[in-house]
Each structure stands twice: as structure tokens, then as C-alpha cells.
Design a protein around this ligand. Structure first.
Ligand SMILES: NC(=O)c1ccc[n+]([C@@H]2O[C@H](COP(=O)([O-])OP(=O)(O)OC[C@H]3O[C@@H](n4cnc5c(N)ncnc54)[C@H](O)[C@@H]3O)[C@@H](O)[C@H]2O)c1
Ligand SMILES: [Zn+2]
Length: 366
């Protein structure tokens, strides 16, 4: 296993990546200061529960922990205030107190949801991320936790850092192909915002990575997480730098919300969003020739690069103006200046965004 450290003073924590992390959970919890005297509450979803809940519970009970759990429906719809309240009720009934800890066993949905529960339960208790999707290399690190509002994604949330991230790469083997691709979208994003050599490495190793070659996968996750750790350690609460992690997300969140989360998952929406951002960069003269390579690398990972669903530009723009990254309804974008480098642009002209949306729906070059 490899270890990365998020340095945030008293909120610092380790990320363990590699096969066998789940089996080592009791030791890692002890090390993080969560000893066997504390009650644990696992939040997971129906798919992950059927695969890994029993195993996880057994490992923890054998080590002397008292464990209870709550299983939510799979998918983005679990990130709601209604489900949030159900978990709080179950945790109260299970007798969880301020010394207890929540464990998020699942993908980004479960991580965001359980993290938000932990951030607010009795004004905040400890939580641990046990990511089970590739995409969750991103969501499990950095402490952004949230549920959705019918009018927008991640609108009700908090910053609440986990005490530990235990990332067992063995658990990724059961992921459906569509979720694997979605996860690679955020891996690629971490290259696109920070490190051209990482993008090149991802292009060269696309085949091996999609075969889940173990050494390659561990390196990809380590490199992608390192970018996130570097950014978050410098700007925990998104006062500046951290916003670059939103490359592809202003477009992506709007697409995701308008298509219904089922038709387009988060990673797919971000992939199309990164192509849109690259096209917008070229249109504004910020960069030359970035969209072609953006499309190419995404396509190597079987990700969508154009918008096949008929969305009205008016609706997309309205959704973007509601996005919480916007300031006073202005359109704010993270735009590539080259592969591996980005800039934040505030108050982008609406007409240029409309032109990009038109080209994106025609399926190609602007
Ligand atoms: N907090 C952050 O910083 C941050 C960053 C990126 C994304 N996110 C959020 O993450 C969410 C998306 O996360 P996701 O893509 O992991 O989605 P997800 O949690 O819905 O998981 C995707 C699907 O895979 C299934 N699954 C999970 N692990 C599995 C496994 N090991 N084997 C088989 N099936 C498995 C799940 O049941 C689900 O059906 C979005 O809500 C997004 O907003 C948050
Ligand atoms: Zn994302």
C-alpha cells in the first residue's frame, strides 16, 4: 500500500491506496485515533452492500468494534435531504454519540452523503472514507461533502475532512465498465489542470489501465490523488486555487442536472464539460489546439465528447448561473491555457458559451 498525507494542521489525515486496505482497516482506524471503544456506523448503497458490507462489518467486529449500518438506494438520488434525515434517524436509534464515527463505504454519492451526515450530526463527528469507485479517488479527498437540492447539485453542504481514506483497489474489480470510464474522467482532469506529463502517461497506458493492470492503476490513483492533495493542502476552502479542480464542472453540472442524473453520470458530464471548456478557450483566444487532444484522451477511455441529448441553450445557461461557483449570476469557467494548465475566467460572454453549446450538440469541432 502507498500512503499520501493531506497536510491541514490538526485536520491532517492519511490516504492509503492499494490492495488489502480493507483488511487493514482496524489498524488504520486505531492509528487515526478511532479506537474500539467508539461506535461505528457504515453508510453504503445497495450495490456495494451486496458485495462488501458483510466483509467490512466482519473485519470491524472481529477487531472489537460495535458496528451498525444504513443502506441507501444506488445512484445520485440518494444525495437528498430526505435520505439524509433517514440516516440521522437510524444513527440516533443506534445510539451514536459525539465520539462515534461514520464510515462511507461506496462511491462519491455515499461519500458526499455520509460526509454531510457526519459534518452535521451533533454538530460534527468523525468520518472515514472507504472509496469503492475509481471516481471516488477525487470525491473522498478534500472534505467537500453535500447533498443536492432539486434546483441544483451539492447546494446543501459543508467542508468536513475525513480522519482517514482507506482505498482498497481490489474493490474496484467489480465496477461496471461505465463507472470505470466515469472514474477515468476525473483522473484525466487531474492531469489536465496540473501536469501534462501525467496526461501523456495516461494516453500511453490507456489500454493497460483499462485492463486494470494493478501496478498501473495504483500509480494512476497515486498521481491523481497527489494533484488533489497538493491543491487542497494549499486552499482547503476554495478561496482561490482549489477552484481549478472544477475544470469541466460548470458545463458538467448543468448537463448532469438537465439530463437527469441517470442519462449522464458525473464523470461523463465532466468529460463533455472538459471538451466544452477547451472549445471555449479556443473561441476566446486563451488557448490554441487544446480541444483536439482533450477529445482524444477522453475517447481512449471510452468517454463521451459531445452532447447527444437535446438540451436548450437557455436552460443550460440558467443552470450555470445558479451554480454555486458563479458569483452574482456571472458565468465562471475554468479554462485550459494549454494541456496541463488552466486559468479561472469570470464573466465570460454568454454568446460565446452559446456557440460552444451549438457546436457540442452538432457533435464536433467548433
Ligand atoms: N466531494 C467531492 O469533492 C466530489 C468530487 C467528485 C465527485 N463528487 C460526487 O461524486 C458523485 C459520483 O460518484 P461516483 O461516480 O462514485 O458514483 P456512485 O457513488 O453513484 O457510484 C456509481 C455506481 O457504482 C456502484 N458501485 C460503487 N462501488 C462499486 C463496486 N466496487 N463494484 C460495483 N459497483 C459499485 C454504485 O452502487 C453506483 O451504482 C457525484 O454525486 C459527485 O457530485 C464529489
Ligand atoms: Zn467532479
Amino acid at each position: 500500500m502507498k500512503r499520501l498525507q493531506v497536510e491541514l494542521g490538526e485536520r491532517s489525515y492519511p490516504i492509503w491506496i492499494g490492495p488489502g486496505a480493507l483488511g487493514r482497516l482496524p489498524g488504520l482506524l486505531e492509528e487515526a485515533g478511532i479506537d474500539t471503544g467508539r461506535k461505528l456506523f457504515i453508510v453504503t448503497d445497495e450495490h456495494v452492500a451486496s458485495l462488501y458490507l458483510e466483509k467490512t462489518t466482519t473485519i470491524l467486529r472481529d477487531a472489537g468494534y460495535a458496528v451498525s449500518h444504513f443502506v441507501v438506494v444506488a445512484g445520485e438520488k440518494a444525495k437528498s435531504l430526505a435520505v439524509y434525515e433517514q440516516i440521522i434517524t437510524a444513527a440516533l436509534k443506534a445510539g451514536l454519540d459525539r465520539k462515534s464515527a461514520f464510515l462511507a463505504l461506496g462511491g462519491g454519492v455515499v461519500g458526499d452523503l455520509a460526509g454531510f451526515v457526519a459534518a452535521t450530526y451533533m454538530r460534527g463527528v468523525a468520518f472515514v472514507q472507504i472509496p469503492t469507485t475509481l471516481l471516488a479517488h477525487d470525491s473522498s479527498v478534500g472534505g467537500k461533502v453535500a447533498v443536492n437540492h432539486p434546483l441544483g447539485k451539492n447546494i446543501i453542504g459543508a467542508f468536513h475532512q475525513p480522519k482517514l481514506v482507506a482505498y482498497d483497489t481490489e474493490l474496484l474489480k467489480t465496477l461496471p465498465p461505465r463507472e470505470v470510464a466515469a472514474g477515468f474522467a476525473e483522473v484525466i482532469k487531474h492531469g489536465m489542470i496540473w501536469d501534462e506529463t501525467f496526461v501523456t502517461w495516461l494516453e500511453e497506458n490507456a489500454e493497460g489501465l483499462q485492463r486494470f493492470d494493478h501496478t498501473l492503476l495504483q500509480e494512476a490513483l497515486l498521481r491523481a490523488c497527489s494533484v488533489k492533495v497538493a491543491v487542497v493542502s494549499q486552499d482547503e476552502r476554495e478561496q482561490g486555487l482549489r477552484a481549478i479542480l472544477n475544470l469541466g464542472h460548470t458545463f458538467g453540472h448543468a448537463f448532469e442536472a438537465l439530463c437527469g442524473y441517470e442519462k449522464l453520470n458525473h464523470g461523463e458530464a465532466v468529460a463533455i464539460g472538459m471538451v466544452a471548456a477547451a472549445m471555449l478557450s479556443e473561441k476566446m483566444g486563451i488557448a490554441h489546439d487544446v480541444s483536439k487532444r482533450t477529445r482524444r484522451v477522453l475517447m481512449k477511455y471510452r468517454l463521451p465528447v459531445s452532447l447527444m441529448l437535446p438540451l436548450k441553450a437557455d436552460d443550460v445557461i440558467a443552470a450555470m448561473r445558479r451554480d454555486k461557483k458563479g458569483e452574482g449570476g456571472k458565468l465562471v469557467f475554468v479554462l485550459p491555457t494549454a494541456i496541463g494548465k488552466v486559468e479561472i475566467k469570470k464573466d465570460v460572454a454568454e454568446e460565446q458559451v452559446r456557440e460552444v453549446l451549438r457546436a457540442l450538440q452538432e457533435g464536433g469541432e467548433s
